[in-house]
Ligand binder design. Structure first.
Ligand code: ADP
Ligand code: ASP
Ligand code: MG
Length: 410
């Protein structure tokens, strides 16, 4: 069939949480079919299931083998696709379920946060000759030698966009529990405003700064393969937000969104000798263990000594502290400090490219409320501040207000 029209629809954990929710999902799939599409439905695990599976792994092992853990946590999606396929079959729809390895979606071997390398789109198209809906397990793939991998938390978005890119889907619809992408998380800021469109680049920064509405790699895929992604709600008919290429009207906006991330832990090495090779001595062993370092600050040298502070994901803290104890012994650092009650907040906007003073406004606004800024990092289109976690929601609202994001700029 050459004129096959394909639509990829992805439904997150809250959208498939129970039978009632899955009935709403079924309606969305039937709408797609009624519009003449063949539908690829990508599902997440039911809300809470992935967390339960991860806790189960930790009961068995303090540091679960990553490959074995993927075999376990990937089962959450298997439950969703089997249940949903039952519903569709009962409704008379020609549907079947597919796990990552059955397609296959091939990934690298970085268990727990694997990257998709290839998707057999020919095999999928062949399946679509016999079925109208393929119900695909999100978040999972397999290595070239057939081992199951997962794509990192929130990774079903990436499965969906990668499938859309591979199949040439007209749009990829990401259905979730909010109406679209907002200027900030609508669940913590009541004046957050839904955006009709957002540029790939801004969305990339928002996702990488913690806005979990879209998994960062899904936005990378969308940008690279120019897949228009529409974020919408399973529970309404709102057209949602289109994530697409930047255009001139978008450029006018100085700051378009505020993102936050609680998953931050801060580690400081005190009194390191300020000689060449110190940064490599600190960060080399972390990268060898696959620990991702986020923000880094090195203080100015005092008496030939300096402090290095950096942030990591909280789940990596214990391992990082063990490594830093070794590093301190080798380098002569006087102590290793840590703090898990920190979080980061970011202001993002392509308009920052052409304007200065955004950072100063952000600092002034937080200072006025007595919020101490612990670390700062900036890029061409974002400013990120590390603060005490207890001030996070307040900081989000203050920055949202400071940059006028609750105004309708139409
Ligand atoms: P799903 O399970 O459908 O994948 P997620 O929980 O991963 O859903 O993502 C949706 C959530 O993202 C929303 O409930 C909201 O709290 C959060 N979120 C954070 N930032 C934003 C934003 N800028 N716009 C919309 N939602 C956001
Ligand atoms: N179930 C996985 C998670 O909770 C993937 C996803 O929902 O996107 O992270
Ligand atoms: Mg998600």
């Amino acid at each position: 069939m050459t004129d096959m029209k394909i639509l990829v629809q992805k439904f997150g954990g809250t959208s498939v949480a129970n039978l009632e929710c899955m009935r709403r999902v079924q309606e969305k799939v039937l709408e797609g079919l009624a519009q003449g599409y063949k539908v690829i439905t990508v599902l997440s695990a039911r809300a809470g299931d992935t967390n339960k599976l991860l806790s189960l792994a930790e009961e068995w092992s303090p540091t679960p083998d990553r490959a074995a853990c993927d075999v376990l946590v990937s089962t959450g999606e298997q439950v969703s696709i089997s249940l949903f396929t039952m519903l569709l079959r009962d409704a008379g729809v020609r549907a079947r379920s597919l796990l990552g390895w059955q397609i296959p979606i091939t990934t690298d071997e970085d268990f727990g946060r694997a990257r998709i390398r290839a998707i057999d789109s020919k095999a999928l198209r062949a399946q679509l000759e016999n079925y109208d809906v393929l119900v695909v397990a999100g978040f999972q793939g397999c290595t070239e030698d057939g081992r199951i991998t997962t794509l990192g938390r929130g990774g079903s978005d990436t499965s969906a966009v990668a499938l859309a890119a591979a199949l040439g889907s007209v749009e990829c619809h990401i259905f979730t529990d909010v109406d679209g992408v907002y200027t900030t998380d609508p669940n913590i800021c009541s004046t957050a405003r839904k955006m009709d469109r957002v540029a790939y680049e801004e969305m990339l920064e928002m996702s990488s700064m913690g806005a979990k509405v879209l998994h960062i790699r899904s936005v990378e895929f969308a940008k690279k393969y120019k897949v228009p992604v529409r974020v919408r709600s399973t529970f309404s008919d709102d057209p949602g937000t289109l994530v697409t290429q930047e255009d001139s009207s978008m450029e006018a906006v100085l700051v378009s969104g505020i993102a936050y991330d609680r998953d931050q832990a801060r580690v400081t090495l005190r009194d390191l000798p300020d000689v060449p090779g110190m940064a490599a001595a600190v960060f080399g062993p972390l990268s060898e263990k696959g620990i991702l370092v986020d923000m880094i600050v090195q203080n100015t040298s005092l008496d030939g000594h300096t402090d290095i502070t950096f942030t990591i994901s909280r789940k990596d803290l214990q391992q990082t502290l063990r490594i830093m104890d070794e590093v301190a012994k080798k380098t002569g650092a006087s102590e290793v400090l840590h703090d898990v009650s920190v979080a980061k907040v970011s202001a993002i906007g392509v308009g920052m490219r052409n304007h200065s003073g955004v950072a100063a406004r952000a600092f002034a606004a937080l200072t006025q409320e007595g919020i101490n800024i612990l670390m700062i990092s900036t890029s061409e289109i974002k400013i990120t501040l590390l603060i005490q976690e207890k001030y996070l929601e307040l900081a989000v609202r203050i920055l949202h207000d400071t940059f006028g994001l609750d105004w309708d700029i139409g």
